[in-house]
Write a protein that binds this ligand. Structure first.
Ligand code: NAP
Length: 262
C-alpha cells in the first residue's frame, strides 16, 4: 500500500456502506484524511467505528444529499473539520428500480436530486478551494448503466449519462487549474444495494434472489460479482498523483460485463 495521498484531505459521500465506504477506506489507507458522510444514524456511526478499528480517524458528517441546504452545511463542516477539501468523491444510493413504462412524475422528481443534482451541488461548493490550491480530484460513482442500460433501472439508465455529460464538460473547464474530474462505473457489486436490486428483480420475475444473482454472475465474463473494495481501489487510483493526467474519463469496473467497445 502506498502513502501517496499523505497530506491530502477527502470528502466521501454515501460512505456509511458499500462502494462509498470502500472508497473512503482506500483513500485513508493511502494516507488521506477523510470525512465520511451519509444520512447518518447507526450506519454512519458503525462505519466510523469500523475505520477506527483499522486505525483510521475519519470525521463523520450526517447530511441528506437530496437537499441543497444539507449539502451546503456538509461541505462547510467538512472544510472546517479537514481544513480544506482536496478530493471529492460524490456517491449516494441508487434510484428506485422501475421499468420505463411504469415511471410516474413523482419517480422523476424524486430521482433527479438523488441521482443527478447532488453531484453539481457538491462540486459547486468544493471546487473553489481546489482551484485556489491548484490541485483537486473529483470522482463520481456512476454505473455501467451509462454504457449499457440495465433492465428495470430506467431512472439510472436515463440520469447517469446526464451526470457523465456534466462531468465531461466540467473536466475541460477546470483541467488547467490542476483539478481532474472522472467517474467510476461499477458493474454488479456485492453491497446492500445489490441485495435490494436482486430482491426487486425476484419479485418482478417470480424467480428467487439467488437465481437472479446467478443470472447476473453468468452475464459477467469474470464469472463473479465485484467486491466493493475493487471499486474503491479504482476511485483511489483516480485520486492519486499517478492519475494527474487522467481527466474527463469514465472508468468501467465491471469484470467485462459491458459488451460494447471500450
Ligand atoms: N452495487 C452495485 O451493484 C452498483 C452497480 C452500479 C452502480 N451502483 C451505484 O453506486 C452507488 C453506490 O452503490 P452501493 O451499492 O454502494 O449502494 P448502497 O450499498 O445502497 O450504499 C449507498 C450509500 O449511500 C448512502 N445514501 C443513500 N441515500 C442517501 C442520501 N439521500 N443522502 C446521503 N447518503 C445517502 C447510504 O447511507 P445511509 O443509508 O446511511 O444514508 C450508503 O452509505 C449507487 O448510486 C448505486 O446505484 C451500484
Amino acid at each position: 500500500m502506498t502513502d501517496d495521498l499523505e497530506g491530502r484531505t477527502a470528502l466521501v459521500t454515501g460512505a456509511s456502506a458499500g462502494i462509498g465506504f470502500a472508497a473512503a477506506r482506500a483513500l485513508a489507507l493511502r494516507g488521506a484524511r477523510v470525512a465520511i458522510s451519509s444520512r447518518g444514524g447507526e450506519r454512519l456511526a458503525d462505519a466510523q467505528r469500523a475505520l477506527a478499528d483499522e486505525g483510521i480517524a475519519a470525521a463523520a458528517i450526517a447530511a441528506d444529499l437530496r437537499h441543497l441546504e444539507e449539502i451546503e452545511r456538509l461541505v462547510e463542516e467538512a472544510q472546517m473539520r479537514l481544513g480544506r477539501i482536496d478530493i471529492l468523491v460524490a456517491n449516494s444510493g441508487g434510484p428506485t428500480p422501475r421499468p420505463a413504462v411504469e415511471l410516474t412524475e413523482e419517480d422523476w422528481r424524486a430521482a433527479v436530486p438523488a441521482v443527478l443534482l447532488f453531484v453539481p451541488r457538491l462540486v459547486r461548493l468544493a471546487l473553489p478551494g481546489m482551484r485556489e490550491a491548484r490541485w483537486g480530484r473529483i470522482v463520481a460513482v456512476n454505473s455501467v448503466s451509462s454504457r449499457q442500460p440495465i433492465p428495470n433501472l430506467a431512472l439510472s439508465n436515463a440520469l447517469r449519462p446526464a451526470v457523465l455529460g456534466y462531468l465531461k464538460t466540467l473536466s475541460q473547464e477546470v483541467a488547467a487549474d490542476g483539478v481532474t474530474v472522472n467517474a467510476v462505473l461499477p458493474g454488479y457489486t456485492l453491497t446492500e444495494r445489490q441485495v435490494e436490486l436482486a430482491a426487486a428483480t425476484a419479485a418482478r420475475t417470480g424467480r428467487s434472489s439467488e437465481e437472479v444473482r446467478a443470472g447476473w454472475t453468468a452475464a459477467v465474463p469474470a464469472a463473479r460479482l465485484a467486491e466493493p473494495e475493487e471499486i474503491g481501489e479504482a476511485v483511489a487510483f483516480l485520486c492519486s498523483p499517478a492519475a494527474a493526467y487522467v481527466t474527463g474519463q469514465a472508468l468501467t469496473v465491471d469484470g467485462g460485463y459491458v459488451r460494447g467497445l471500450l
